[in-house]
Design a binder for this molecule. Structure first.
Ligand SMILES: [Zn+2]
Length: 510
């Protein structure tokens, strides 16, 4: 029996992730290389751009698309999206750029797009689904074999497994979307070799950089100047920025303690240098990266204020969320009806949405429920009888998601709708036909009510309508239910004590 359960769990686990390539299996970035006409113009006269809003925070609207297979399985989990969103905003904070969810997340069920093998399908996906007036980002299991890519005329695609809380791939791709190029532009698809002389120029294929598919055949080539260490050609070579030093490494690489490459390179004049891995627009590993350069920041802000001004919002943003919600009901360890209960938690300032997770596992390895709601309650629907479930929530709003899940609480399901429970005959409840507002009397012959831990009244849908945990030391008690506003129907009085649970029906009539 246990082995069967384990096999089922293994199947659930591994089938859920089987078609999601690991980060180590993916290419770093599939963004086609190319200098846009806008960047060419900007870099020739940067002082002319957008000086009047140089100190403003720029608020950028995001449209997030969450892909799943045709059957709806495999979608990026809300909590993972919030972690990625929080990281994106942290990475852009020094640039005074703040992203927000302009619209609800768009859920798309398409296996072909969920794991698309090449960029042509990504173009199709974006052109079919893009929402105007926002930066469109698509989260899928496999985006043409890359961690991510940006199509300058369409949007950003991100692989789930490169969108973790410590990954900078989204920042890198959004950098592309805001006109930035790789620090090693020109070396795309080439492997630098110190044994060979370094050329002055490199050609690269910019298929897909321009819109529409008519640039595919033949593959067009463009030319990049190779950047010198002495800065003599920095305004026209590689990425066109002078404060991003030469970098010829177009594959994922690791850095030393200062963030520099372990690989020594030589420029065309023979000057020796190491690449700067702190830059998001390099291919250094995520742990090395932590910044855009000042010139990159000036360029991406100018791009937002001119070419991409349609993505900007005036604000003001919704505020930060500091407080943690309190899990109110069920209380920790409470018995609830297996046919459904309502989870309730406290509202916290500035939160407009909550992620709710319910799991049979205290580590939430597999989640029965993971959803987003705008209120502070959620009906669970039917659950398995006689099981312990765990639940927790995470507050956020469309501007701020750097929040944590609450500590989890548990509840246990029981078949509270069954008319006959062990020991029921010991209890009496009258009248069983109750008029609205009429008091109800409970009697436990030979027992005292102060031995009870809880009395709860549930409606037919399993919602807790009334709860009391404080009883007098008596064998008969009167309870005054707030039943005036309750609809007519069957309600259940559930009595919990250490020995077990008992349930009695009451019919409310009008
Ligand atoms: Zn890139």
């Amino acid at each position: 029996m246990r082995l069967t359960t384990l096999l089922v769990l293994l199947f659930i686990c591994c089938s859920a992730f089987a078609q999601e390539p690991a980060k180590s299996e993916l290419a770093r970035c599939g963004t086609p290389p190319g200098i846009s006409p806008w960047l060419r113009d900007y870099s020739s006269r940067p002082q002319d751009f957008a000086v009047d809003r140089s100190s403003d925070t720029l608020y950028v609207g995001l449209q997030v698309h969450l892909l799943a297979k045709d059957n709806g399985v495999g979608r990026f989990a809300p909590a993972r999206l919030l972690d990625a969103f929080c990281r994106l905003n942290a990475d852009f904070a020094p640039a005074r750029v703040w992203f927000y969810f302009k619209n609800d997340w768009n859920e798309i069920d398409s296996t072909a797009w969920y794991q698309h093998p090449d960029i042509v399908q990504g173009i199709e996906m974006m052109l079919a689904n893009n929402v105007p007036g926002a930066l469109n980002t698509y989260f899928a299991a496999n985006v043409a074999g890359n961690c991510g890519y940006n199509l300058p005329y369409a949007g950003v695609a991100m692989a789930h497994n490169c969108s973790g809380p410590n990954d900078h791939v989204w920042a890198h791709e959004v950098g592309h979307a805001l006109s930035l190029q790789h620090t090693f532009l020109g070396w795309d698809g080439k492997v630098y070799n110190a044994q060979n002389p370094t050329p002055d120029t490199l050609t690269y294929d910019y298929t897909y950089f321009h819109d529409t598919l008519d640039t595919q055949i033949p593959a067009p080539l463009d030319t990049a100047l190779v950047e010198y260490v002495d800065g003599s050609n920095c305004t026209v070579a590689a990425d066109l920025f002078c404060d991003t030093k030469p970098d010829y490494l177009s594959y994922g690489w690791d850095c030393d303690g200062q963030g520099y490459s372990l690989v020594q390179q030589k420029d065309p004049a023979g000057a020796v240098f190491y690449s700067d891995g702190t830059l998001f627009m390099s291919y250094a590993n995520d742990a090395c990266q932590n910044r855009f350069s000042d010139e990159q920041i000036a360029a991406l802000r100018a791009n937002l204020l001119t070419e991409k001004s349609g993505w900007l919002a005036a604000g003001p943003p919704q505020g930060d969320i500091i407080e943690t919600p309190e899990l109110l009901s069920p209380t920790d360890g409470q018995l609830v009806p297996a046919d459904g209960t309502v989870l309730e938690w406290s509202a916290v300032p500035n939160a407009t949405k909550y992620i709710v997770q319910v799991s049979r596992f205290s580590n939430f390895f597999v989640k029965e429920i993971e959803t987003v709601t705008t209120g502070t309650s959620l009906a669970t629907g039917p659950m398995i009888n006689n099981l312990t479930y765990y639940w927790r929530v995470r507050p956020f709003n469309d501007w701020f998601a750097c929040t944590n899940l609450t500590p989890s609480a548990s509840f246990k399901t029981a078949d509270l709708s069954s008319a006959i429970q062990p020991g029921t005959e010991e209890w009496r409840c009258y009248p069983t036909l109750l008029a609205p507002g009429q008091p109800l009397f409970l009697e436990i012959p030979g027992h005292r009510f102060n031995q009870l831990t809880r009395c709860t009244v549930y409606d037919a849908a399993g919602r807790a309508m009334w709860v009391n945990e404080d009883f007098p030391d008596a064998a008969t008690i009167q309870i005054d239910l707030p039943s005036v506003s309750w609809p007519a129907g069957i309600y259940r009085i559930v009595l919990v004590q250490e020995k077990g649970v008992n349930s009695l029906p009451v019919l409310l009539i009008r």
